[in-house]
Design a protein around this ligand. Structure first.
Ligand SMILES: NC(=O)C1=CN([C@@H]2O[C@H](COP(=O)(O)OP(=O)(O)OC[C@H]3O[C@@H](n4cnc5c(N)ncnc54)[C@H](O)[C@@H]3O)[C@@H](O)[C@H]2O)C=CC1
Ligand SMILES: CC/C=C\C[C@H](O)/C=C/C=C\C=C\C=C\C(=O)[C@@H](O)C/C=C\CCC(=O)O
Length: 264
């Protein structure tokens, strides 16, 4: 898709990947409505991005993705300000093995809700123009890891859900493409907290010492590495069903190539 003139909705955009993806789309001429549960972080990012790209290009909306009404309001607000939605990025996610139900709520249930809402708004029958939905999974969506089993389950779920909808001829006929991004370990707050504990010193994963050894062996990506892969997916002529993994050693690697159609 050509990004210039398009409108994107991004969840979890106050920092990390969500902020970097917002900036990369703005740089290419899109308008971005980004959201987060973190209001002060979101407002700070809004200020920075508006200074670079103009007040009329970027809009922050407070949205806890686990609250259905707030999620609906995010779409309403984006449509009211920018009139359309071409790109949806379900990026908000948490890593907290002690709160595994919450992990399912944020990483899985909310990702599904964001996808269904975007499908509705992108449907030409509802005034939409088709579009792209990118769901942020992880290399943990492709491989098991016993130091974060609940997180792994949610990230595998994202792939199953997104690949299944991508097969549906209904959405294909509406000009809607769905793809998944699978970054391996990347230097954001999520990784720092996994290794060192969260702001309160609480562990977010099991066996952090073991995880540290594995992470050191596999290497750590930069946010720029992942943003580059994200933009590649968005700008492809057809990214439907794609699962793009990125790790430090291999770089970008498409998974399940030629296997996105039904084997039923
Ligand atoms: N950092 C890494 O190594 C990797 C991260 N990911 C995924 O990338 C996505 C972004 O992660 P990072 O930028 O690394 O993490 P991060 O922790 O820096 O950013 C996550 C953002 O999501 C927001 N958020 C959390 N719960 C929310 C909720 N209920 N509603 C709305 N926003 C909420 C946070 O406030 C934060 O701004 C997540 O889905 C994560 O699982 C995937 C692979 C690797
Ligand atoms: C500690 C958690 C921090 C961040 C969250 C992140 O989402 C979690 C990732 C968890 C696991 C990542 C595993 C990554 C694995 C790999 O990159 C390699 O095993 C891939 C190796 C080879 C791929 C080539 C091939 O087998 O075809």
């Amino acid at each position: 898709m050509k990004v210039v003139g398009k409108v994107a909705v991004i969840t979890g955009g106050a920092r990390g990947f969500g902020k970097a993806f917002s900036e990369a789309l703005l740089k290419r001429g899109a308008k971005v409505c980004f959201s987060d549960i973190d209001v002060s972080g979101g407002q700070q990012s809004q200020h920075e991005l508006a200074e670079k790209f103009g007040e009329n290009s970027v809009h922050f909306v407070k949205c806890d993705v686990t609250k259905e009404e707030e999620f609906r309001d995010l779409f309403r607000e984006c449509l009211s300000k920018f009139k359309k939605i071409n790109i949806m990025v379900n990026n908000a996610g948490i890593l907290d093995e002690a709160r595994w139900e919450k992990s399912i709520d944020v990483n899985m249930t909310a990702m599904m809700r964001g996808t269904y809402l975007a499908l509705e708004k992108m449907n030409p029958k509802n005034g939409g123009e088709g579009g792209i939905i990118i769901n942020v999974s992880s290399a943990a969506g492709l491989y098991p890891a016993h130091f974060l089993p609940a997180y792994v389950a949610t990230k595998h779920g994202i792939l199953g859900f997104t690949r299944s909808l991508a097969m549906d001829p209904l959405y294909q006929s509406q000009g809607i493409q769905l793809a998944s991004l699978c970054p391996a370990f990347t230097s954001t707050n999520m990784l720092t907290e996994a290794i060192h504990g969260d702001a309160g010193g609480r562990k977010t994963i099991l066996y952090p010492d073991l995880a540290k050894t594995i992470i050191e062996k596999l290497g750590i990506c930069s946010v720029a590495d992942i943003t580059d892969a994200f933009i590649e997916l968005v700008e492809k002529e057809n990214c439907n069903g794609d699962v793009l993994m990125i790790n430090k050693k291999i770089g970008k690697q498409y998974q399940f190539v030629n296997k996105t159609t039904s084997r039923l």
